[in-house]
Design a binder for this molecule. Structure first.
Ligand code: DX5
Ligand code: ZN
Length: 233
């Protein structure tokens, strides 16, 4: 099968101790660190009537935090951009030391070719993400392009918050992608843990983001190793 990449979502970590939280997860066997970058993601919020101006502009983390964390680890920083204009963050995140740059297909309908090109020319690995309601076909052109994305992230919850319930209906998209693209990295994000990993792994996901199930466990190393062995099965 595909190589598993287990990526604890640092959104569930103690932000005041980000470096030690990251090192702890790597020590527990994490392959990647998943960094959720959300800034005023208007159309992605479950309350579309609430104006962005009512929120502080930086809801989670941004390039300055990636830059600080990079000084403490060489790990692959798997950045998940939940922003309305990802192109604006390519250069700052590359300079900060991001490794992967995954943008949402819904935000980049007109400029994805330029975006992929810029991500690669800045030395990062491009990925594309799909919200639960977005049809899987929207990513085919990006996977099949001359200059393609290297990962598809299938959201298994509505983006915005950790600790939500896994949406099993999103697995159809994973199955379709795995059948169509046998060697593509397929990431799942949201509600993954010991009780949901088998359905995701057997559908074909190999990159597994897990926030609350890892950080909330008494022994995170056991959860990480269980996630890995399920992908390897
Ligand atoms: C949600 C984020 C996820 C989140 C996952 O918008 O993209 O990465 O942190 O958290 P859990 O694993 O708790 O669902
Ligand atoms: Zn994420």
């Amino acid at each position: 099968g595909m190589t598993p990449k287990i990526a604890p979502s640092m959104l569930s970590s103690d932000f005041a101790n980000l470096a030690s939280e990251a090192q702890r997860m790597l020590h527990f066997g994490a392959d990647w660190l998943h960094m959720d970058i959300m800034i005023c993601f208007l159309s992605f919020l479950p309350f579309p009537s609430i104006s962005c101006r009512h929120f502080v502009p930086n809801l989670t983390i941004g390039a300055p935090v990636i830059e600080s964390l990079r000084k403490h680890t060489k790990a692959y920083l798997d950045c998940h951009l939940m922003v309305t204009n990802p192109l604006d963050y390519v250069e700052p995140l590359a300079k900060a030391g991001a490794s992967g740059f995954t943008f949402h297909v819904e935000t980049s309908k007109d400029n994805w070719k330029e975006l992929i090109q810029r991500i690669k020319s800045h030395g990062m690995i491009p990925g594309v993400a799909l919200k639960p309601g977005t049809p899987v076909g929207e990513v085919y052109p990006l996977v099949e392009a001359e200059n393609p994305v290297e990962m598809v992230l299938v959201m298994t919850v509505e983006p915005g918050f950790g600790g939500q319930k896994f949406m099993a209906e999103t697995m159809d998209k994973v199955r379709i992608l795995r059948k169509k693209y046998p060697s593509l990295d397929i990431e799942v994000d949201g509600g993954l843990g010991p009780s949901t990993i088998d359905v995701a792994a057997s559908a074909g996901a190999n990159c597994i983001v897990a926030g609350s199930s890892v950080f909330g466990a008494p022994e995170p190393a056991q959860v990480i190793s269980l996630l890995r062995s399920s992908v390897e099965k």
